[in-house]
Design a protein around this ligand. Structure first.
Ligand code: ADP
Ligand code: MG
Length: 515
């Protein structure tokens, strides 16, 4: 029987006590260089590093539970494999100690307990016969003739088991980590309170936020205002164990909205759910092209319909117009009314023709046309609406202006689109200045308004089909305009300052005189 030198209660001046190692049931590292030695009756402090003690302890029958918990296996009376706690005690005495055995393989502790039980029974009653499951044990006991051998076998086995388990853990951790790190989809884990705990590189890339920024952000900041309830509903269901699939809009750091498809997967730890994995894919592009397809399909259906209707309307219009003109020449005194009727009929005709333009591309007729007259007649067309909106259109022409080779109607359509956009950008009225001048073989038209302007990052999107910020907009005006100007070998560009106004520049090549 060996004695362990201990300092009682950690007091430096206290005398050194010697206690029998078989009284020690548990050694626990307390602070660095301080070990708590548990006997069944008393607690003592011992100042030494664990390493220096370990070898000695092993020899004396102690088992490694983990680096900081060493228990005397001879005193293990119970092991709860659920909580990983061993209970230590001496038979016939009331006091019990507990130690955590979480890091050791549970089968191993049970095995050792069983071995020791059999060994002590064997000591009293002789070795069990005819039981093949005890063969290994009997061999061990026979070879060693001594419990300490058994103990050190158990100890080595325990360390081996632990290393193996740790290695397996590290490997499987790396496997999961690789799935997490290299996943092309954004993956993040949330705790049960919905806070972001970890994010993968794809998440950083897709959202534009750094990982640290994300882990400090409440989810609500990343969603559209008022949309967090929906998120929370799915999150709560996932916490109850139901995997969720849904789509929701996500706000990136640059303020752009991305439509994402989300999967919420419960995270199970020790049989309970303690968080949720979120896997997200950016489906904005897919959604947009789906929408585009639907819209353009709609448009072509509407267009075909419009073309049919337009055609049917134009024929009766022609006869209406003819008869109004006839009546006007026959009836005196009502010229004013007839003029209104005629101009309204012209307007109907114009609107219907516009329909036809959308419905099918008209045969373009390129002719040399006078620049000023195209512009002035367009302004006259738009002016009524401008005046109603409190907008004044000022034109500055540096005449004489050279002519352009163009399809007059198409160029008018471009100017109408541009002017309408400017009027719509000035809900409280304002001034539109149109400047026209010749420059480097081109005629340049500058349309400048005092409207709301366009944010810089949106400018590249202008001219995309269906890109509109207006409730009743079509997002087709600029697209058609760009297309027309392109067909005329011209150029169209937009510059804008938010809150100050927008300038649209259209330039067309000057018509070469016929040889
Ligand atoms: P729509 O007028 O039907 O919206 P457009 O293709 O004509 O479609 O214009 C697309 C978008 O470009 C508009 O919704 C608007 O946001 C922006 N825009 C175009 N012109 C202007 C302008 N002069 N001032 C401010 N925004 C403009
Ligand atoms: Mg428009």
């Amino acid at each position: 029987m060996r004695k362990i030198p201990v300092t009682r209660d950690g007091r430096k001046d206290s005398e050194i006590l010697l206690i029998s190692s078989s009284d020690v049931v548990k050694v626990e590292s307390f602070r660095e260089n301080q070990l708590l030695i548990h006997t069944l009756d008393e607690v003592y402090y011992f100042s030494a590093t664990l390493d220096s003690l370990e070898e000695w302890l092993y020899e004396d029958g102690f088992r490694l539970i983990d680096r900081t918990n060493i228990v005397n296996m001879n005193y293990v009376v119970n092991y709860d494999s659920n909580s990983g706690v061993v209970t230590l005690g001496v038979p016939g005495r009331k006091r019990r100690k507990q130690a955590s055995a979480a890091r050791i393989h549970r089968d191993h502790i049970i095995n050792v307990m069983e071995m020791l039980r059999i060994a002590s029974a064997a000591k009293k009653e002789g070795y069990p016969e005819n039981d093949p499951s005890h063969d290994q044990l009997r061999k061990l006991i026979e070879e060693s003739q001594d419990d300490p051998y058994l103990r050190s076998y158990s100890m080595i086995h325990a360390v081996y088991e632990r290393n193996r388990a740790e290695k397996r853990l590290v490997e499987s951790e790396q496997r999961y980590k690789s799935l997490f790190e290299n996943n092309p989809d954004a993956v993040c884990s949330l705790d049960a309170g919905g806070r972001i705990i970890t994010v993968n590189p794809a998440m950083v890339k897709i959202t534009g936020y750094a990982a640290e920024e994300l882990t400090h952000k409440p989810i609500a900041d990343l969603l559209l205002p008022g949309e967090s309830t929906r998120w929370e509903k799915h999150f709560a269901l996932a916490l109850e164990g139901q995997t969720q699939y849904f789509e929701q809009t996500f706000i990136r750091k640059d303020g752009l909205a991305s439509i994402m498809s989300f999967i919420h997967v419960p995270i199970y730890v020790d049989g309970g759910i303690n968080g949720v994995y979120v896997i997200a894919k950016d489906i904005t592009e897919r959604k947009r092209s789906d929408e585009l397809l639907i819209k353009s399909e709609k448009l072509s259906v509407v267009g075909q319909l419009a073309a049919g209707v337009a055609h049917e309307i134009r024929n009766p219009l022609t006869s209406l117009k003819g008869f109004v003109q006839l009546l006007k020449s026959k009836v005196n005194d009502y010229d004013h009314y007839f003029d209104i009727m005629l101009s309204e009929l012209d307007r109907i005709n114009f609107i219907v023709s516009e329909f036809l333009v959308i419905a099918k591309p008209q045969a373009v007729k390129f002719q040399v046309k006078d620049t000023a007259s195209i512009l002035l007649s367009t302004v006259a067309l738009v002016n009524t609406q401008a005046i109603m909106q409190n907008v004044e259109i000022t034109t500055r022409l540096n005449e004489p202006l050279p002519s352009v080779l163009c399809d007059e109607n198409q160029i008018k359509q471009v100017f109408i689109n541009v002017l309408n956009n400017s009027i719509e950008a000035m809900p409280d009225g304002g001034v539109i200045v149109i400047e026209v001048f010749a420059k480097n073989g081109n005629i340049v038209f500058l349309f400048t308004d005092q409207g709301v302007g366009i944010p810089e990052e949106r400018i590249p999107r202008l001219g995309e089909p269906f890109y509109t910020t207006k409730e009743k907009g079509t997002g087709l005006g600029l697209m058609v305009s760009y297309k027309i100007i392109e067909n005329h070998h011209g150029r169209m560009s937009i510059t804008s300052e938010l809150g100050r106004g927008t300038t649209v520049e259209v330039s067309l090549p000057i018509a070469q005189p016929e040889p």
